[in-house]
Ligand binder design. Structure first.
Ligand SMILES: Cc1cc2nc3c(=O)[nH]c(=O)nc-3n(C[C@H](O)[C@H](O)[C@H](O)COP(=O)(O)O)c2cc1C
Ligand SMILES: [Mn+2]
Length: 488
C-alpha cells in the first residue's frame, strides 16, 4: 500500500507502537543527535521519534515545526515505509519479473506481458494542486526550518534527508538523489553530491553548455520517495518511476513556482533554486556515516529562490555517525531489493551482505555456487564493475554453505580458507568519496579474498578437510533427553 504523505506513515508507526513523541524542548544543536543516537543504538533500531518542540540553532524557544527521525530505522519500519510487511516481498516481486523463464506456450506468454510492463506501469503523474504549496514562505528563509547541527565539529546545520531533484539537460530525464546540504545563510546551502552521483553528472552537462541548473529539493511525502532517492538506480532511471513501482501507484507531482521542475505534491517542505556552474564553496566538516568527520572540501552551491510547505509541516531528519544508524536500514533494504537484479548479471551469486560495520562500501560478503577454477575472482571482478558496488573496498567470497549474514561465520571461514598470497586479488578503481584512507580522493585500490574451498585445479593439491558436523541421529537423541531434563 502507498502512503499519501508523511503524516499517514506517522499514524501507521504510532498504531504499531513504533513512535515516541517527545514534548520536552530539545535543541537542534547537538541535542537531537544525542537523543537520536541513543535510540538508533538500542536493540533492533529502537523506535521513530517525533520531536514536537525543537529549538532552532541560536534560539531559545521551540519553533513550532516538529522533527521526525529514525522513521526508517528498523527492518520493520523500513518495510512499512515501502508499504510491505517484509522487504523480501519486494525482492520476490522483482525476482518474478526478472526470472528468465521461457513461457511454456502462447497463452502463458501472453499472460506474462503485463508482468513485464510492471516496472514502468506507474510513471509519475503531474497534478494541478498539492499541499506542498499550501504556504509560500516570503521571503524564503532557511533559518525558519529546524535544520540541525548534528555533531560538535560540524561546519553548520545540515539537511540530511533531502530528495534532490534535477533534470538531464539533453533529454529532461529526472534524477532524484539524497545528498546532504549544509546551510550557509538564509538562502544558500552546499550541494554535497559526490562526483560519481547523478546530480553531479547532470551538472557537468550544464557546465559544459554554460547553463545554470535548476534544482528542487523535497522533504517528506510518502517515505518510499526518500528511500528511492537513496537507492542506487542506474543512471537515466527516474527514481520517482521506481517509487511508483514500489508503491504500485504513480507519484503525484506538481510544478514548482519559480523553476521548471516538478516536486511531490504531498511533500512537507520544498526548496526551489539553482546551482551555478563553476561556483563552489567549502562544505563540511560533517560527522559522517563512516563514523568520522568528512573533511571540508569544495562543493557546488545551491541558491534558494522559493520555499513552500504544507500548513503544518513536519521536518524529516536523520543523523549519521558510527554505525549502526538509521541509514544502515535504508542500505539493508537496498541490499535485499537489489539482489535479484545483481543475480540477473551474476547468477552464481546466491546471497550477499553489506554488514553495518562496513558502511556499505567497505565490506561485501558474497556467497556463490562455485563451478570452475577461479570462479571467486570472476565474481569479485563482476561486483567491482556493477553500479555503486564499484566502491567495494574489500570483497570476501565464500561457498554456498556459509551464512553471509553472519559476520562471525564469515570471519571464521575467511581465516581458515585463505592463503593470503594465493587467494587475494588487488585491483584499482574508483573509491567512495567518503573514504579517507585512499591517498588520492576518489581513486585507490581494492582487495578481494577468495574464501571458498580450494581445488586441485587451483593449485591446491593437499587434501581439503571436512567441516565438523555431528551425526544427525546422535544430535536428535541428545536434544530429546535435553528437553526432558528441562535444561536451558
Ligand atoms: C542519509 C543519507 C545521506 C546521504 N548523503 C549523501 C551525500 O551527502 N552525498 C552523496 O553523494 N550521496 C549521499 N548519499 C548516498 C546517495 O543518496 C546514494 O548513493 C544514491 O544512490 C545516489 O543516487 P544517484 O545515483 O541518483 O545520485 C546519502 C544516502 C543516505 C541514505
Ligand atoms: Mn539516480
Amino acid at each position: 500500500m502507498a502512503y499519501r504523505d508523511l503524516s499517514e506513515f506517522i499514524t501507521r508507526l504510532e498504531e504499531a507502537g513504533e513512535l515516541v513523541r517527545i514534548r520536552e524542548p530539545v535543541k537542534a544543536e547537538l541535542e537531537i543527535t544525542a537523543w537520536a543516537d541513543r535510540m538508533m543504538k538500542s536493540p533492533d533500531g529502537g523506535k521513530a521519534i517525533l520531536f514536537e518542540n525543537v529549538i532552532r540553532v541560536g534560539e531559545s524557544e521551540p519553533c513550532g515545526i516538529p522533527l521526525l527521525t529514525n522513521a526508517y530505522g528498523s527492518k520493520n519500519r523500513m518495510a512499512w515505509a515501502l508499504g510491505v510487511e517484509d522487504v523480501e516481498k519486494i525482492a520476490d516481486r522483482i525476482r518474478s519479473l526478472t526470472k528468465p523463464e521461457i513461457p511454456s506456450g502462447l497463452v502463458e506468454a501472453v499472460k506474462r506481458i503485463p508482468e513485464l510492463v510492471e516496472f514502468t506501469k506507474y510513471p509519475p503523474k503531474v497534478v494541478g494542486s498539492g499541499h506542498c504549496q499550501d504556504v509560500v514562505m516570503d521571503p524564503p528563509d532557511l533559518k525558519k526550518l529546524p535544520v540541525c547541527k548534528c555533531w560538535p565539529e560540524d561546519g553548520g546545520g545540515f539537511f540530511t534527508l533531502p530528495q534532490v531533484i534535477t533534470k538531464r539537460l539533453t533529454d529532461g530525464v529526472r534524477n532524484v538523489g539524497m545528498y546532504r546540504m549544509q546551510v550557509y545563510d538564509r538562502q544558500t546551502t552546499g550541494m554535497h553530491w559526490h562526483i560519481h552521483h547523478g546530480g553531479s553528472g547532470y551538472l557537468d552537462e550544464y557546465s559544459k553548455a554554460g547553463k545554470r541548473m535548476e534544482v528542487a529539493v523535497a522533504l517528506g511525502g510518502d517515505p518510499a520517495l526518500g528511500y528511492c532517492a537513496s537507492a542506487p538506480l542506474p543512471e537515466g532511471i527516474d527514481e520517482y518511476l521506481f517509487a511508483g513501482f514500489l508503491r504500485k501507484k504513480p507519484v503525484e507531482l506538481m510544478k514548482c513556482k519559480t523553476i521548471d521542475l516538478e516536486v511531490p505534491a504531498d511533500a512537507e517542505i520544498v526548496l526551489e533554486g539553482y546551482v551555478e556552474p563553476g561556483e563552489t564553496r567549502i562544505e563540511g566538516p560533517f560527522g559522517d556515516h563512516t563514523g568520522f568527520y568528512s573533511l571540508p572540501d569544495e562543493y557546488p552551491v545551491f541558491h534558494v529562490t522559493a520555499i513552500t510547505h504544507r500548513m503544518n509541516p513536519i521536518y524529516p531528519h536523520t543523523i549519521v555517525g558510527k554505525p549502526p544508524m538509521e541509514d544502515y536500514y535504508m542500505g539493508w533494504a537496498t541490499e535485499r531489493i537489489f539482489l535479484p537484479l545483481i543475480q540477473l548479471v551474476i547468477p552464481e551469486v546466491i546471497d550477499y551482505s553489506l554488514p553495518a560495520e562496513g558502511i556499505f562500501h567497505n565490506f561485501v560478503f558474497v556467497k556463490i555456487r562455485k563451478r570452475y577454477p577461479g570462479h571467486a575472482f570472476k565474481v569479485m571482478n563482476a561486483i567491482w564493475g556493477l553500479g555503486q558496488l564499484m566502491f567495494s573496498k574489500f570483497i570476501v567470497v565464500v561457498d554456498e554453505w556459509v551464512d553471509v549474514q553472519d559476520l562471525s561465520e564469515v570471519l571464521w571461514v575467511l581465516g581458515n580458507h585463505c592463503e593470503p598470497e594465493r587467494d587475494t586479488l588487488m585491483t584499482k578503481g574508483p573509491r567512495d568519496a567518503l573514504d579517507h584512507a585512499s591517498p588520492l580522493a576518489h581513486f585507490g585500490s581494492k582487495m578481494g579474498f577468495d574464501a571458498t574451498e580450494k581445488w586441485p585445479e587451483e593449485g591446491h593439491t593437499r587434501a581439503w578437510p571436512d567441516r565438523i558436523v555431528m551425526d544427525g541421529a546422535v544430535t536428535k537423541k541428545v536434544n530429546e533427553i535435553w528437553s526432558r531434563l528441562n535444561l536451558k
